[in-house]
Design a protein around this ligand. Structure first.
Ligand code: ZN
Length: 231
């Protein structure tokens, strides 16, 4: 492990071998999950989190969240990004043009210039505009979010992700990507090379089927997501 050239003691060598074995085992499981999730997942949605900070109980967690429809593109080949009915912080208020389709009261949610926080399928966007099927607001796609940035204590972060999970009908795989300094990326680099690790950003997938199984066994969605964020 040392680059100084000092020979390792027998004990150190054994410890290093044990650690490497454990890391390899973890990454192998992770890779299995990844392949399984991609091949067999019947989940309709995907939540992607990209962690941009340290991961600890003490410090707030910075991350972006985006939502995807699984296998929507190219006859099941790719995922399609979804929109969130929420005005971007940098968009004018009220966003112009601000229009509501049909009569007020005919949609499930009330239309407001800040959006109704619903998840809008990608195919509701046409020529730079988008119609929220829940509140009826017509958005310019430039004024509406397709990813959200959060900086929250990890418990609160888990609650926020769980809330989006429920908005996706409890039917989403959770994908987590990490920054280059993260142990997850380093672990992947050691096993699959630096390029692979950089490209996949240490990706960990928590398939919906596993989350459901864990909840049947007594866990809460929040507790499982929190464990995922800290693992
Ligand atoms: Zn809406």
């Amino acid at each position: 492990m040392s680059s100084q050239g000092a020979p390792l003691t027998e004990e150190e060598r054994e410890a290093a071998a044990l650690i490497q074995k454990a890391v390899a085992k973890m990454a192998e499981t992770q890779q299995d999950e990844l392949v399984k999730a991609k091949k067999f997942s019947k989940s309709h949605f995907k939540i992607q989190l990209w962690i941009k900070s340290d991961r600890s109980l003490q410090k707030p967690l910075a991350f972006t969240l985006s939502l995807w429809e699984s296998g929507k593109r190219l006859h099941g080949g790719g995922d399609e990004s979804m929109w969130i009915c929420r005005k971007r912080p940098d968009a004018p208020r009220p966003p112009k043009p601000f229009g509501v389709a049909h009569r007020p009261g005919t949609f499930a949610k009330e239309a407001t210039p800040d959006g109704c926080d619903s998840v809008i399928p990608g195919d509701h966007a046409v020529k730079g505009f988008i119609l929220c099927p829940f509140c009826g607001v017509r958005w310019d796609t430039e004024h509406i979010a397709d990813a959200l940035f959060y900086r929250l204590p990890v418990t609160k972060a888990s609650e926020v992700v769980a809330e989006w999970y429920r908005k996706l009908n409890n039917d989403a795989d959770i994908y987590v990507k990490f920054r280059p300094e993260d142990v997850r990326v380093k672990m992947m680099a050691r096993l699959y090379g630096v390029r692979h690790a950089r490209q996949h950003k240490g990706l960990v997938i928590y398939p919906n089927a596993n989350l459901v199984r864990d909840c049947i066994n007594g866990a809460t969605v929040e507790s499982r997501i929190k464990a995922l964020l800290l693992a």
